[in-house]
Design a protein around this ligand. Structure first.
Ligand code: NDP
Ligand code: OXD
Length: 313
């Protein structure tokens, strides 16, 4: 197979470093040479412009620079070529750090200690054992399982929910629509690591939050979302925080990003906001994996980490 060009089509990411690294092995362009450009064989993308890829007659595969691919499926003219997503130790490690950081922050009552510090109050709060807290991971995939195993090693009880059955040692696993309510009823801290698909859009709504367990020593249920913003309904989260359905939330993703300055989530005392930064795609780690995959594909080997088009992730 002949080496073709890579089209690097990134929105919201600076292409410079990706381009430099990809160019070490292949020619990279930021725009096709007009519609129907036959020289492009791969596209490396984040939120590519609609219908940009459909015009490329020799496109062999699309590479997402992230683990999520909803940004690719948003293209109404998506061509029928394989889509590869990111599965990489570096990204997984970052996500595990984020999840463990946020779980421990809520578990060890950071918000209360910060408030006490501001008032110079010296008062020890009760310490609950981690084993009394159930962390429920919604989306027990590559990232969810990695986070689950570290949480287990810290002593937390861990539940997992997935589309198909995903047994994991030490984790109480639930699956499918029928498993959702039992999973929520057994969960104190809900960690969302789902992909955004037509089936998961808006899933984090008031009704779902109402099902969370709140009879633990935490003093209420906690939501941590590092999956995608459109999995959640921001207004429902605010309602749940304001009426006590939720005790606190850590949100890395939002229905609209960047989170509009007018959003009450910014200044809500029970909310911790990060700007979609839980696990950033680092080209230094990801480009060598992509180049290796392209070379293997051209030797006739199978592409890895392929997206299931029907499932949407
Ligand atoms: P995976 O595909 O490995 O895992 C997805 C998990 O979600 C699987 O367990 C899957 O079930 C489950 N799932 C999918 N649809 C449903 C459904 N309808 N009902 C129940 N469970 C469902 O993805 P990753 O773990 O690699 O990544 C997860 C998501 O994290 C990405 O899609 C992306 O949106 C987000 N992300 C966010 C980042 C950030 O910085 N905030 C960084 C990286 C990723 P099954 O196991 O049965 O297939
Ligand atoms: C991803 C992301 O999907 O960074 O990798 O959101």
């Amino acid at each position: 197979m002949e080496k073709g060009k890579i089209l690097l089509a990134l929105t919201g990411f600076h292409p410079q470093r990706w381009r430099e690294l990809l160019s070490a092995e292949r020619e990279v362009v930021l725009e096709p040479d007009g519609p129907g450009d036959p020289s492009i064989t791969y596209a490396v993308v984040w939120k590519q412009k609609p219908n940009l890829l459909s015009s490329l007659p020799n496109l062999r595969a699309i590479f997402s620079i992230g683990a999520g691919v909803d940004h690719i499926f948003a293209d109404p003219g998506l061509p029928d070529v394989p889509i590869v997503r990111v599965v990489a130790d570096n990204l997984t490690q970052h996500m595990t750090e984020y999840v463990v950081w946020r779980v421990l922050d809520h578990h060890r009552q950071s918000r209360h200690y910060r408030a006490q510090q501001q008032k110079k109050i010296w008062r020890e709060l009760p310490q609950r054992p981690a084993e009394d807290i159930s962390v429920g991971i919604m989306g027990l995939g590559n990232l969810g399982r990695a986070a689950a195993s570290v949480l287990l090693s810290l002593g937390f009880a861990v539940n997992g929910w997935s589309r198909t059955e995903r047994p994991m040692k030490g984790v109480s696993s639930y699956s499918g629509e029928n498993g959702l309510v039992p999973f929520l009823n057994a969960t104190d801290i809900l960690v969302v690591l789902l992909p955004l698909t037509p089936n998961t859009q808006g899933i984090i709504n008031y009704g779902v939050l109402k099902e969370l367990r709140r009879r633990n020593g935490l003093g209420g249920a906690v939501l941590i979302n590092a999956g995608r913003g459109r999995l959640q309904k921001d207004a429902d989260i605010l309602r749940a925080l304001n009426d006590g359905t939720l005790k606190e939330a850590s949100l890395d993703v939002f229905e609209v990003e960047p989170l509009p300055k007018t959003s009450p989530l910014w200044s809500h005392p029970k909310v911790f906001v990060t700007p979609h930064a839980a696990a950033t795609s680092d080209p230094t780690h990801l480009v060598p994996i992509m180049l290796k995959q392209m070379a293997a594909f051209e030797r006739g080997e199978k592409l890895e980490n392929l997206v299931d088009r029907e499932a949407g992730y």
